[in-house]
Design a protein around this ligand. Structure first.
Ligand code: G6P
Ligand code: MN
Length: 442
């Protein structure tokens, strides 16, 4: 039997956590636990789910000790892994991130464009505090971070904690896309071997093979040029996600060399997306009225019961599977293959060495290692250079509280481009975020 571990779920009030708890139950042989600490600074939100989470664990994981806390010292004192998915400013600020840019005719998205910038600034402050709280107790605890925008958070944490080798930033979208590819190609996801490069939420699949080494990429490309791309991930079936997937088809009508991640749509088809968006009802509202509503209702209903069955258990989220499989791969040094976020250091030979890039690699006891990739072509390099400089200037604006760097960052962002637009949206975002971050003209 494998050695068991203690994990802390930080941001346990997230609507994604009940399914993560279900996934932990399903993986108990592969990644056995002795204690789960559910931590959130907002008890009110956590209460919706606490009874449910406790019932699931009492029923299907009785050997696990469960602690629910709002105290960071309890959360981080003796833990092996912190699974972290916090949202500084919660849904209310996600709403601002999405709506405020839209009202100025700019893309309104939680991780891309001006909304991603504002969220990035909030996340950097919250994540810095969190890493310090964890490290006060132990330098060995693994921090598996899913907090968005992962590109900015990963780069910022690398700059703020350069010697910390136990922070791993994660994104489930490449994993989600691979599941969709597997469905289309009628193969198991474990049997697909991709090549991929980019920055987080800004990358491309360049190759796809099966385990015998047969190339499946052309088949997939032909499919995507002739059929609507549909998500495998059940969480991605509401209208805005379906539209998002179909824009992969649209992108491929222009550039069919590689298969883009869904997030590239905001940089290529911004005006169309803005025109189709409703600035009074964005993804945050759609998610609240669909996924979150279902999760909260299920938790409330099941949480009142004294017993439950496996059918009542929320599970199988793509996000949950990724988090647990990554932790498993670290804990038992499995070196399983994932799309990882790592420091470039020559992986993409003609790209910034200090960038955090997203590539295929392995995860084991020393963290993530990216496979060498080689050179990238000018079109992709140019796009990535501007995006990386936007990310870097955002991190520097945060660390130095520098208004001009923030203005440069937004001007470099392909969803903004013009300084007058960058300034208008920055000034409004700064006002809306004044409880979280400030900037000064130096
Ligand atoms: C994908 C991305 C995540 C993002 C999520 C948003 O999974 O990889 O980074 O947080 O989508 O999903 P939502 O359904 O909340 O819009
Ligand atoms: Mn992501």
């Amino acid at each position: 039997m494998r050695k068991s571990h203690t994990i802390t779920i930080s941001g346990a009030g997230s609507a994604r956590v009940p399914a993560l708890v279900g996934t932990l139950v399903e993986y108990k042989e592969r990644f056995p636990l002795n204690k789960i600490i559910l931590y959130d600074i907002d008890m009110e939100r956590l209460q919706y789910m606490e009874n449910y989470d406790r019932l699931v664990l009492r029923t299907f994981y009785p050997e696990v000790e469960v602690i629910v806390t709002t105290d960071p010292d309890v959360a981080y004192a003796n833990t092996d892994f912190v699974f972290c998915q916090m949202r500084a400013g919660k849904g209310e600020m996600r709403s601002v991130d999405e709506k405020l840019p839209l009202k100025q005719g700019l893309v309104g998205q939680e991780t891309c464009g001006p909304g991603g910038f504002a969220y990035g600034m909030r996340s950097l402050a919250a994540m810095k505090e969190m890493v310090e709280q964890v490290r006060k107790h132990s330098k060995d605890t693994w921090i598996l971070n899913y907090t968005n925008p992962a590109a900015i958070v990963a780069l910022g944490l690398d700059r703020m904690f350069p010697d910390d080798k136990r922070i791993l930033n994660l994104c489930d979208q490449p994993f989600s896309l691979l599941k969709s590819f597997a469905k289309i190609l009628e193969v198991k996801q474990e049997d697909l071997f991709p090549r991929y490069f980019g920055l987080n939420h800004f990358g491309w699949f360049t190759e796809l093979k099966d385990k015998e080494g047969n190339d499946l990429f052309d088949k997939l490309r032909d499919f995507l040029k002739n059929h609507d791309f549909k998500p495998f991930n059940a969480e991605q079936r509401s209208k805005s996600w379906l539209d998002t997937y179909v824009r992969v088809n649209k992108y491929m009508q222009y550039f069919d060399e590689y298969i883009p991640t869904t997030y590239l749509q905001y940089y290529f088809f911004g005006p169309e997306i803005v025109a189709e968006s409703d600035p009074n009802y964005t993804r945050v509202d759609e998610a609240r009225d669909s996924r979150e509503k279902e999760v909260f209702e299920t938790c409330e209903r099941i949480g009142k019961q004294v017993t439950m069955t496996k059918e009542d258990m929320l599970t199988n989220s793509v996000f949950g599977n990724l988090m647990v499989e990554v932790a498993e791969s670290i804990a038992y040094d499995l070196n399983n293959e994932f799309v990882v976020l790592v420091k470039n250091n020559g992986i993409l030979t003609n790209f910034e060495k200090d960038a955090i890039v997203e590539v295929v690699g392995t995860i084991g006891k020393d963290g993530a290692k990216g496979y060498p990739f080689g050179e990238i072509k000018p079109f992709y390099k140019g796009l990535m250079q501007a995006q990386y400089d936007y990310e870097l200037l955002t991190v520097e604006a945060f660390m130095e509280k520098d208004y001009v760097k923030a203005l440069q960052a937004l001007t470099l962002n392909r969803t903004v481009i013009y300084p007058e637009k960058a300034k208008a949206v920055l000034d409004d975002l700064m006002e809306a975020n004044k409880d979280y971050w400030t900037l000064e003209v130096k």
